[in-house]
Design a protein around this ligand. Structure first.
Ligand code: IMP
Length: 426
């Protein structure tokens, strides 16, 4: 299991891509096209949205029941992969996954506009409204696309309510049943071969001794229950969510790798204690290419926050960590690392605040570590890192009591230093 340990964009795609070669299946369990993985392989850049990164290795790729799917985007992604010569024959889409309908997109965008200064800063892909309808039991599932009669009926029931909201609350144009039904019947023709009972498929594969890699989307602090609510996404992002989203038992997961950048980024609104106030923010953004994969938005950049990372290690039960983009920090004289928060009233804590007003008002307390000047391009093993970079990694390990087994030093597939490589390869 690979899980983002921050606010998303930790470089999970690259770690999944690295480990996918040793797996038989790669499975997504939550989220939809709000996730975006960028993978550079053989000189080509792939921006994946719905698709598990294992697609690049020709692995069986599962999109579980906990995911939400925008059929138009999904089909575009299939077409693009096929146009680049990659087979999509082993893509399996759960019939229980929910469909992002056009009204979900309109409502996500209109609701954000209406919130004004209080907006969440969503990716505007319809994610929140789709999960809300799922919980409200008004959702349309992938399997509904397969039966034109059921599909038409469900769209009609939903539209009776949605068109009132669209017109009266959001001042948007109503949607037409015929138009939507035809468009989705067309989608169904293209999607039909991919739709499977993915819970059964994953269970059978595990019983046969196959290896499954579970790929978390977004990040721990965007988790609907345990993240920085309301500035979160609408699905469970933590490791436990994988069993729910895929329909497998929790005892099936044996390894949880938390992925964290060597610093922190966040897109969208919400509190961010270690966000950098001075020019170093811009410097890290430029050096790290910190612009959203899905939205192109500038990512907010901050110093490494070990209080939040410790929280993530706890929520996910991380058995090891991958620290990505360490190369971006080359050239800084000193590197602040947040090890504690100072709360209103002056007490210091190493634990992530349970109440949002404490988190909103806390101040980071930094340990200052010496930086290193050398680029990390030629480093081939963890042991060969410059001493100051090694100390940086060791601080993370000792503070969290979790081993760092992978360190990212560049965008390309091969730029990951491994410890225990033999163990990871199994
Ligand atoms: P939504 O998931 O589009 O509803 O957006 C809710 C919040 O989660 C916003 O702050 C988004 O910027 C953030 N978010 C959602 N997915 C990702 C991701 O993959 N990386 C980083 N932030 C994300």
């Amino acid at each position: 299991m690979i899980v983002g340990a921050q606010w998303g964009d930790e470089g999970k795609g690259k770690i999944v891509d690295l480990l996918a070669q040793h797996s038989d299946l790669v499975c997504r369990y939550n989220g939809g096209p709000n996730a975006g993985h960028t993978i550079v392989a053989d000189g080509q850049t792939y921006k994946l949205r719905h698709m598990p990164s294992g697609i690049l290795w020709g692995k069986e790729c599962v999109i579980g029941a906990g995911c939400v799917v925008d059929p138009g985007v999904f089909i575009e992604e299939l077409d693009d992969l096929e146009a680049r010569g990659l087979s999509t024959d082993l893509v399996r889409l759960s019939g229980n996954a929910h469909v992002i309908m056009p009204w979900h997109l309109t409502i996500d965008q209109a609701a954000e506009r209406r919130l004004g200064k209080l907006k969440i800063g969503t990716t505007r892909r319809g994610i929140g409204p789709t999960y809300a309808d799922k919980a409200y039991r008004l959702g349309i599932r992938v399997q509904d696309l397969l039966d034109p009669k059921i599909l038409r009926q469900k769209i009609e029931v939903a539209l009776a309510e949605k068109n009132v909201w669209l017109e009266r609350v959001y001042g948007a144009a109503p949607l037409e049943l015929e138009d939507l039904a035809e468009r989705h019947e067309e989608y169904a023709r293209r999607l039909r071969p991919y739709i499977s009972d993915t819970s059964l498929l994953v269970d059978r594969a595990l019983r046969e001794g196959k290896r499954a890699l579970l790929e978390g989307a977004h990040g721990t602090l965007l988790d609907l229950d345990h993240g920085t609510y309301p500035f979160v996404t609408s699905s469970p992002t933590i490791a436990g969510g994988a069993t729910v989203g895929l329909g497998i038992g929790p005892t099936r997961i044996d390894t949880v790798i938390g992925v964290s950048k060597a610093y922190v980024t966040r897109v969208g609104e919400g509190p961010f204690p270690t966000e950098i106030a001075g020019p170093d923010q811009e410097r890290i953004r430029e050096l790290g290419g910190e612009f959203g994969t899905v939205t192109g938005r500038e990512r907010r950049c901050g110093w490494l926050d070990l209080v939040a990372l410790r929280y993530a290690a706890r929520l996910n039960g991380c058995t090891s960590l991958a620290l990505t983009k360490l190369d971006v920090l080359s050239g800084f004289a000193e590197l602040p690392v947040c090890t504690r928060y100072r709360l209103r009233g002056g007490t210091e804590t190493r634990e992530f605040p349970a109440h949002q007003s404490d988190f909103h008002s806390c101040r980071p307390v930094y340990d200052l570590l010496p930086g290193w000047q050398e680029p990390l391009d030629d480093v081939e093993e963890l042991g060969d890192l410059p001493p100051a970079a090694r100390r940086y990694v060791e601080l993370v390990e000792s503070d969290l009591d979790v081993e760092v087994t992978l360190v990212g030093t560049g965008a390309e597939r091969e730029r990951v230093l491994t410890r225990s490589a033999a163990r990871l390869a199994g």
